[in-house]
Design a protein around this ligand. Structure first.
Ligand code: SAH
Length: 236
């Protein structure tokens, strides 16, 4: 079973999105476990402070390395061979679907969430956290990023998705975005009284032709929105 441990200065932000829907059900069914470690429990003074000013000057505060180490040592992590330590940071490698697939195979995933200006670099290097970013933008803390990573990872665990076959066709499973999809009503009359039909081919019952149409749509959409994915495919 995958055990997820989260080191955070904002423990009340959890389980957050992780208690809902298929991810929350899987948690209740013990397909994975979640433990939240409050960095403030390992603060360095009477006031349980965790941060201090950056050496060399500059704005804001940084979380101290001794606090991160104490919080980490409160977890039984050395005995887990199949584990990974992740620090979420905009300076990390961008998270990809393939990383999620890899993390979903682990026994233990330890995630460090930053706050303020971030974390003392020594903590990251000495304690061997891999640096991962969820995208080229800056959040106020790593907690939402942690929920993004964990949610993406848990839905890949066996038995979590109602229809596991949806994993094969979805975006990024092959360097393509998913094709557009449609449901009822077959003819949707909008508020302006205009009719919008679903593409006829999808009603034909002709599985081969539908498959071909979807592949074409996937390619079309990927070319338009994410040509970088197709470039990558050529190189691989
Ligand atoms: N000074 C830092 C930003 C700090 S933001 C810099 O310029 O790189 C505060 C915290 O939010 C970070 O420590 C990190 O844990 C989290 N965070 C912000 N943006 C993120 C992103 N794109 N991906 C993952 N974590 C992020």
């Amino acid at each position: 079973m995958l055990s997820v441990k989260i080191l955070t200065a904002c423990p009340d932000m959890f389980p957050g999105s992780l208690k809902y829907s298929i991810i929350g059900n899987a948690l209740k069914q013990k397909k994975w476990s979640l433990d939240i470690i409050n960095l403030h429990d390992y603060g360095y003074d009477k006031r349980k402070s965790i941060d201090d000013e950056p050496f060399g000057g500059g704005p804001g505060m940084l979380i101290r390395p001794d606090v991160v180490e104490k919080a980490l040592l409160s977890i039984d992590y050395q005995s887990h061979l199949n584990r990974k330590l992740i620090y979420l940071t905009p300076t990390g490698k961008i998270l990809k679907q393939s990383n999620l697939a890899e993390f979903s195979q682990l026994n233990q995933l330890i995630i460090l969430c930053g706050r303020f200006e971030g974390i003392d670099q020594r903590a990251i290097e000495v304690l061997k956290f891999s640096e991962i970013s969820i995208g080229d933008y800056v959040l106020a803390g790593g907690e939402i990023a942690a929920q993004v990573l964990v949610e993406g990872c848990i839905r890949l665990l066996p038995g979590v998705l109602g229809h596991p076959e949806s994993l094969f066709e979805e975006s990024f499973s092959s360097n393509l975005l998913e094709y557009p999809q449609y449901t009822r009503p077959q003819v949707w009359k909008d508020a302006q009284n205009e009719d919008h039909e679903v593409p006829k081919i999808l009603l034909s019952g002709h599985h081969e032709r539908i498959k071909q149409w979807r592949t074409n749509k996937s390619i079309e959409k990927t070319k338009l929105i994410r040509p970088d994915l197709l470039e990558k495919e050529k190189k691989e």
